[in-house]
Design a protein around this ligand. Structure first.
Ligand SMILES: *[C@@H]1O[C@H](CO)[C@@H](O)[C@H](O)[C@H]1NC(C)=O
Ligand SMILES: *[C@@H]1O[C@H](CO)[C@@H](O)[C@H](O)[C@H]1NC(C)=O
Ligand SMILES: *[C@@H]1O[C@H](CO)[C@@H](O)[C@H](O)[C@H]1NC(C)=O
Ligand SMILES: *[C@@H]1O[C@H](CO)[C@@H](O)[C@H](O)[C@H]1NC(C)=O
Ligand SMILES: *[C@@H]1O[C@H](CO)[C@@H](O)[C@H](O)[C@H]1NC(C)=O
Ligand SMILES: *[C@@H]1O[C@H](CO)[C@@H](O)[C@H](O)[C@H]1NC(C)=O
Ligand SMILES: *[C@@H]1O[C@H](CO)[C@@H](O)[C@H](O)[C@H]1NC(C)=O
Ligand SMILES: *[C@@H]1O[C@H](CO)[C@@H](O)[C@H](O)[C@H]1NC(C)=O
Ligand SMILES: *[C@@H]1O[C@H](CO)[C@@H](O)[C@H](O)[C@H]1NC(C)=O
Ligand SMILES: *[C@@H]1O[C@H](CO)[C@@H](O)[C@H](O)[C@H]1NC(C)=O
Length: 660
């Protein structure tokens, strides 16, 4: 019986590891050939009265094009009638294998809504990546070879390290050769020219519907235009009918090189996950926009007035920053000002004209059209004020993308202090205690004391910023509120950070304050032990399990960060470890509230006896099993709510149960 249990437990552990690995691999894969090279939006829009019909055709066309691309590598779709007809086309480069093609296409498809077909009724859009292509438009463009919107994209970097004349000659030869060979070869060529030790790689492809003369014409034009890039390391021409690229790097035929090892099952799952998350992004954009859109149509007139007045309010309010000012403050979002990258966007350091330094967050979701909701939320959140929270100063909603402006905290994050920087004094015990207590107080305020009940969802070392006197400041709270309540759990399951995520949250998407408490417990144990919680080894060697196994013995404080030597308060340390264990209990309803954590840390409340952290306890395995079946139903529920592409979410839950 116990053998059966442990087999079961192994099975679920394995499952979870696969799931987590999928999350981990996701970014590794995404930086392959699916990254956007150019996004080209049409300047034609549908009149507001007809937008919902246009959007219906658009969604149907987008839905129908993916299965075609997945089946044969390209596909064209027409949906709708009259001037509401939508034409859609997708194609992968022919050197990609099926797996990479699916992945690539899912990624660029998720970018199409950025042309704002919902909000503006934009009647056409194209997204080019180095691995695939997607386009929708309001006329039959399938045989189009060239258009006014065609682009030439040269790399910034000049050729270095090789003889430029030779490189130019070789690149020109390659381009000539590519145009000829691709036409001869059914519209595709990938290869290189190497002469006198200088190699240039290239790829050219005509889209499938083009006939021979169309392909010749398109590549001839591409060869001409790519000539302007021959001094650079890389050049691309993005035409309506074809794609051409040369580079110093070999970038083609690289299927299978994007992942580190060849475990097929894992790769497949990773791909499914990556594809799913792109689909989820698409669905989210679509459903959120669709939702707003519907709402808007229903009370169009009123809304219009409201929108106008909100813009005015936004412009007057001191919460408002102009996009141009923030652009200048951050030196046009230059890389040297980039402070970091989070799940919802990247953060830049900026200096305002009045000399004040701020942190500017560029939201990944373009929320410009959510003005009503967004502005209200920013307004509410900006009223939240606590010594341990990073203050939100305001936002910009009138520019091309939505920005949030936070106060700037000079010192580094707790993560950098503990694990990255070699040039700082290690944090002593008193500082660690101060940081943990302050963090707990800030969280208690968010959960229980502020007028809004805010679940942070992403408590981790890198979200705890430190002031000069080591007062901790929690960053990035309240963002969750900017997204509609019922649609969010899938996106955050993807955005959340491994190792800090409570089991009920990972598996079931169940989100309560107790998920934050779990993350805090992990953070507390990490700070005390100076070790990271490795998400992938929730077994006997994980730091949570180590602390748990020593709990109740006289050796508990052996896990305290050895860098502290004997310079710590042993009683305090074992109390904190015990509180940490209370926070990471598998049963979420037994985890203490943050206000109780604060009291326990201050010694004003008796510390309960913790139960086990997740994954080793057979009971929690049964619990997880329940959760798994739960997550299945959540998925189909999700599908009901959203209008498109939902069928993919079934793939993921079904593949959970595939034995391997
Ligand atoms: C749309 O863009 C095309 C060129 O890209 C331009 O010729 C045309 O005038 C634009 N139309 C509008 C309404 O801006
Ligand atoms: C489409 O046609 C309808 C009626 O035929 C017309 O009212 C509308 O303006 C047209 N829309 C566009 C974007 O041309
Ligand atoms: C457009 O898509 C819808 C929904 O998938 C489908 O019912 C309809 O037949 C399609 N129309 C055309 C003209 O293909
Ligand atoms: C090739 O396609 C173009 C554009 O559709 C068309 O004008 C041309 O007649 C076609 N040529 C042949 C030989 O079919
Ligand atoms: C580069 O190659 C050309 C042609 O072979 C030669 O004439 C030239 O001297 C070379 N330049 C350098 C800097 O080596
Ligand atoms: C790349 O792959 C394509 C298609 O499989 C093949 O035709 C081509 O020869 C390959 N090129 C190189 C340089 O390996
Ligand atoms: C052009 O491509 C063909 C076929 O790949 C090859 O045989 C020929 O050598 C190439 N020309 C040069 C100059 O590399
Ligand atoms: C090409 O490189 C190899 C090894 O790097 C070297 O032995 C050879 O002399 C080089 N040939 C030319 C023509 O530069
Ligand atoms: C596009 O080309 C295909 C074959 O290349 C042809 O059958 C079709 O009629 C063409 N369509 C248009 C609109 O030119
Ligand atoms: C993968 O990359 C390595 C080196 O980066 C290269 O040698 C190998 O040929 C690549 N494999 C494929 C299938 O392109």
């Amino acid at each position: 019986m116990s053998n059966f249990k442990s087999n079961l437990s192994f099975f679920f552990l394995h499952l979870l590891t696969l799931l987590l690995l999928g999350f981990l691999l996701n970014p590794v894969i995404s930086d392959s050939r699916g990254e956007t090279v150019a996004q080209i939006c049409s300047n034609r829009t549908t009149i507001p009265q007809q937008r919902s019909l246009f959007v219906t055709s658009f969604l149907a066309a987008m839905d129908a094009v993916s299965p075609l691309v997945e089946a044969k590598g390209y596909g064209q779709v027409v949906n709708g009638t009259g001037n509401l007809t939508v034409y859609a086309y997708g194609e992968c480069m022919k050197d990609l294998d099926k797996k990479d093609c699916d992945l690539c296409f899912a990624q660029i498809k998720a970018k199409v809504p950025r042309c704002r077909p919902f909000q503006r009724g934009t009647r056409g859009g194209q997204v080019f990546s180095d691995g695939c292509y997607i386009r929708y438009d309001d006329y039959n463009f399938f045989n189009e070879t060239l258009s006014l919107q065609d682009r030439t994209v040269c790399a910034e970097k000049e050729i270095t390290g090789v003889n430029r004349t030779l490189f130019r000659d070789n690149a020109a030869e390659l381009v000539r050769n590519m145009s000829v060979e691709a036409v001869r070869n059914g519209g595709f060529y990938a290869g290189f020219v190497e002469r006198r030790n200088v190699t240039v790689h290239g790829l050219a492809q005509c889209w499938e519907p083009l006939n021979r003369s169309g392909c010749v014409e398109c590549l001839r034009k591409a060869s001409e235009k790519i000539g302007s890039c021959l001094d650079k390391e890389e050049g691309r021409v993005l035409n309506a009918g074809c794609y051409m690229r040369f580079s110093t790097q070999k970038f083609y035929n690289n299927s299978g090189n994007s992942t580190s090892d060849g475990n097929g099952g894992r790769n497949r799952l990773a791909v499914i996950l990556a594809v799913t998350s792109s689909v989820v992004a698409f669905v989210l954009l679509v459903s959120v926009a669709g939702f707003l859109f519907k709402k808007k149509r229903a009370k169009k007139q009123r809304e219009k007035k409201q929108l106008g007045s909100l813009f005015m309010l936004a412009n007057k309010s001191n919460l408002c920053f102009s996009y141009e000012n923030l652009e200048r403050a951050t030196d046009y979002f230059s890389d040297k000002n980039k402070l970091g990258q989070g799940g919802s966007g990247s953060v830049y350091k900026g200096v305002l004209t009045n000399g004040k330094t701020v942190a500017v967050k560029r939201l990944f979701f373009n929320t410009k059209q959510w003005v009503d909701h967004f502005f209200n939320e920013v307004n509410l959140i900006s009223q939240i004020d606590h010594k341990n929270l990073v203050k939100l100063l305001g936002c910009s909603i009138t520019g091309p993308e939505s920005l949030l402006v936070y106060e700037y905290i000079a010192n580094q994050s707790l993560h950098d202090y503990l694990f990255v920087r070699q040039d700082v004094q290690p944090l002593n015990w008193a500082k660690r205690f101060k940081i943990l207590l302050g963090t707990a107080e800030g969280m208690a305020y968010l959960h229980e004391e502020s007028n809004l009940r805010i679940i942070h969802r992403d408590i981790k070392l890198s979200n705890i910023l430190l002031e000069h006197d080591f007062t901790p400041r929690i960053a990035d709270f309240g963002l969750a509120r900017l997204f509609p309540e019922d649609k969010t759990h899938i996106s955050t399951a993807i955005a959340g950070t491994l190792g800090y995520m409570a089991p009920e949250y990972v598996v079931r998407g169940k989100l309560t304050e107790k998920a934050d408490v779990y993350s805090f417990g992990v953070l507390m144990i990490e700070v005390i032990t100076g070790r990271r919680n490795n998400a992938l080894s929730q077994d006997a060697s994980s730091i949570l399990q180590t602390v748990w196994s020593l709990y109740g013995t006289s050796n508990l404080t052996k896990v305290v960060d050895p860098i502290l030597g004997d310079n710590f308060n042993e009683i305090e340390a074992s109390r904190l470890l015990q509180i940490g264990l209370l926070c990471v209990q598998a049963a979420f309803d037994q985890r203490p509230a943050m206000s109780a954590v604060v009291k326990m840390m201050k010694g004003n409340l008796e510390i309960q006896t913790p139960t086990q952290p997740p994954f080793l306890n057979p009971g929690s395995v049964a619990e997880m099993r329940k959760m798994m079946s739960h997550s299945h139903t959540t998925d189909s529920h999700q599908q009901d709510q959203t209008q498109s592409s939902g069928s993919r979410s079934n793939i993921i839950s079904e593949s959970f149960f595939e034995p391997r």
